[in-house]
Design a binder for this molecule. Structure first.
Ligand SMILES: [Zn+2]
Length: 80
């Protein structure tokens, strides 16, 4: 793995990246939706392009807070 030679990840607004490999559909691959919930870049399984959420740190913090809240709520409602 030579990570240092790879292009920087493509910044995407929102949690989901859509990758077709190339702007020309004849050169690309079936559209692949990639979830960007993690802090590190997510890689397209077809072409290896990497994507990362714009504002990833803030959004990750926000989603972890939401998950904590939802988990706490689920636990509280399970015990009753
Ligand atoms: Zn791709």
């Amino acid at each position: 793995m030579e990570l240092s030679n790879e292009a920087p990840p493509i910044k995407v607004q929102g949690r989901i990246a859509a990758c077709e490999g190339d702007n020309n559909p004849a050169l690309g691959h079936p559209i692949e939706f990639i979830c960007l919930d993690k802090e590190e870049p997510a890689m397209c399984k077809y072409c290896g392009l990497r994507f990362i959420m714009l504002y990833s740190r803030t959004a990750a913090m926000f989603y972890s807070l939401v998950n904590k809240f939802l988990n706490g709520f689920a636990m509280a409602s399970n015990t009753q």
